[in-house]
Design a protein around this ligand. Structure first.
Ligand code: MEV
Length: 313
């Protein structure tokens, strides 16, 4: 039996520099072990997108009659078909995986990249690296508006990267001295990435000088974070996470839930912790080189989802 055209993409975590990256400062992000996979099969009534693990009983989006609730997903799917130059083909895509949806772990970038890779396999013509990034940017724009490009770049490359908007190339791989032991925890978000980015833009436009200073500091922490990653300085990394978290709080993107998760992680042995992604709830990451189970159990005991993982290696 011939295999179905398929594509996959990991989720991502941002180690340093979220939000400031939108304003041209450097950021550091890495692929996550969890991700999404897409398969394509013939469907004479297509195009159709099925996501069995999203929503209460799964999603099915048909472009001919998109449901009201699925508008953004339908528009993003249509953007992917257009970016792949496929028009409206008789195809059903099934997207599945273990990546939690909408908590800042790169689900929309993984959605874009996994579907685009699957559509490229279906049309029997892979994207070039640049073509995939351009196409993913078009799909991501449906969800995120003024996105920096960081999320889909790290998801498409699947490594640990330094990213800076406006540079050419915008990204460079980081050679980690050792894998970084992390705990990732998450909770539902209070707002979307689009809302968090737009809210910060309003504050930035009202008090440009103050916010530019905060972004400068965040950018410097990202540069120092790269040095710590390259040296394998895990405890230094923890300190830099804590400092970055304080600055994200000052930017107004950390919620009570983020602060609680960060506090629990620190109290149970993390060397440092910060939110990851756009904030307003969603995910945090904590550096936990020893007994990560203690931190995971404490976070789960407080009602949050949590896993122990490693970046790199
Ligand atoms: C979202 O994962 C990261 C943000 O910096 C937005 C962006 O970079 O587009 C908040």
């Amino acid at each position: 039996m011939s295999s179905l055209p398929a594509g996959a993409a990991p989720g991502k975590i941002i180690l340093f520099g979220e939000h400031a990256v939108v304003y041209g400062r450097p950021a550091v992000a890495a692929a996550l072990g969890h991700g999404l996979g897409a398969t394509a099969e013939r469907d004479p009534l297509g195009p159709c997108l099925r996501i069995p693990s999203w929503g209460k009983s799964g999603l099915e989006v048909r472009l001919q009659a998109p449901g009201k609730d699925f508008d953004a997903i339908a528009r993003a799917f249509a953007a992917a078909l257009d970016a792949a130059g496929l028009g409206r083909p008789p195809v059903a895509i099934t997207l599945d995986g273990e990546l939690p949806l909408g908590v800042g772990l790169g689900s929309s970038a993984a959605f874009a990249v996994a579907i685009l890779r699957c559509l490229a396999a279906y049309r029997r013509e892979p994207f070039t690296s640049e073509g995939l990034l351009e196409a993913a940017a078009l799909v991501e724009a449906v969800f995120h508006g003024n996105a920096s490009g960081l999320d889909h770049t790290v998801v498409a490359h699947g490594a640990c990267l330094r990213f800076q908007r406006g540079l050419d190339p915008a990204f460079a791989p980081i050679a980690l001295a050792h894998p970084v032991p992390l705990v990732v925890a998450w909770t539902p978000r209070e707002g979307s990435t689009r809302d968090a980015v737009a809210g910060l833009q309003v504050r930035h436009d009202a008090h440009r000088v103050w916010y530019e200073r905060l972004f400068d500091h965040i950018g410097q922490l990202a540069e120092e974070g790269i040095v710590a990653l390259e040296k394998g300085d895990i405890s230094g990394l923890g300190v830099l996470f804590d400092l970055n978290q304080g600055l994200l709080n000052a930017c107004g993107v950390s919620s009570l839930a983020n602060e609680r998760m960060v506090g629990i992680a620190r109290r149970h042995g993390a060397l440092g912790a910060k939110l990851t992604g756009a904030g307003m709830g969603g995910a945090i990451i904590a550096v936990v080189p020893e007994q990560p189970r203690r931190v995971v159990d404490a976070l789960r005991g407080a009602g949050f989802d949590a896993i122990a993982t490693r970046v790199g290696g």
